[in-house]
Design a protein around this ligand. Structure first.
Ligand code: 5RP
Length: 240
């Protein structure tokens, strides 16, 4: 019997390595004196740790977090944080995404932090999205679109989502003890719209729904995507 040996790491390990590589590459773009936005999720957490290393080596920056988890991590890394409000202008934000398409339109909110992430992105001059190879798609929509809703309005918003052709699922805690609640005390509807061929049109249809706080379509925010594939880095810029 022959035993096949391989040097390719198992895919979970590969994805983690890609996340770290993308995060480290993005953090190299941070310069002295910058005001930085820190995204949320597992990929962004690698960037926070890499930034922490640079701060401990003498890099002088201030940062704003997009979630409580990121804030706690950044503080534990010794990164000086602004907590009072989001500054009017940020030099650079490093954040993850659940999907991105060739126009750098994103689905975000898998971690439930889309509201703060969009607020920070809106104030940012350069939004770098860091991704492993699984996040690149031709058409958005395989990942269910997260929509943050006021708690008491969720059935109403869910009904509107159905009218738009989507299938909403109220996000539950992994512990099975009830609905997931965001940092702002809202619920999340994970909405299956199938392939989203016109993200802009869907965004425009969603925005007026009363009780809908924010949706996870990020259009026109990403300046570039730093995509790691194996040990290679690809910088993806929007195809118009
Ligand atoms: C959180 C987000 C995250 O950036 C997104 O879910 C990607 O997370 P991960 O890096 O863990 O795959 O939008 O709301």
């Amino acid at each position: 019997m022959t035993t096949k040996t391989t040097t390719t790491p198992p895919s979970d390990t590969l994805v983690e390595q890609e996340k770290q590589l993308a995060a480290r590459t993005a953090v190299e773009q941070v310069e002295q004196g910058m005001c930085i936005g820190l995204g949320s999720g597992t990929t962004a957490a690698y960037a926070v740790k890499a930034l922490g290393e640079r701060v401990r080596q003498g890099l002088d920056v201030v940062a704003v977090a997009t979630s409580r988890d990121t804030l706690n991590l950044a503080i534990s890394e010794g990164i000086p944080m602004i907590t009072s409000s989001v500054p009017l202008s940020l030099d650079l934000t490093i954040d993850g995404a659940d999907e991105f398409d060739p126009q750098l339109r994103l689905i975000k909110g898998g971690g439930g932090d889309l509201l703060h992430e969009k607020i920070v992105a809106s104030a940012t001059r350069r939004e770098i999205i860091i991704c492993d190879h699984t996040k690149q798609v031709e058409v958005l929509g395989k990942f269910k679109l997260p929509i943050e809703v006021i708690q008491l309005a969720w059935p109403l918003v869910a009904a509107q989502v159905r009218k738009l052709g989507g299938t909403p699922f109220l996000r539950q805690l992994k512990t099975g003890t009830g609905p997931f609640v965001t940092d702002e005390g809202n619920y999340i509807l994970d909405c299956d719209f199938g392939p989203i061929r016109d993200p802009q049109a869907l965004a425009c249809s969603l925005e007026p729904i009363p009780g809908l706080v924010e949706h996870g379509l990020f259009i026109g925010y990403a300046s570039e995507v730093i995509l790691a594939r194996g040990n290679q880095i690809e910088v993806v810029r929007a195809r118009s």
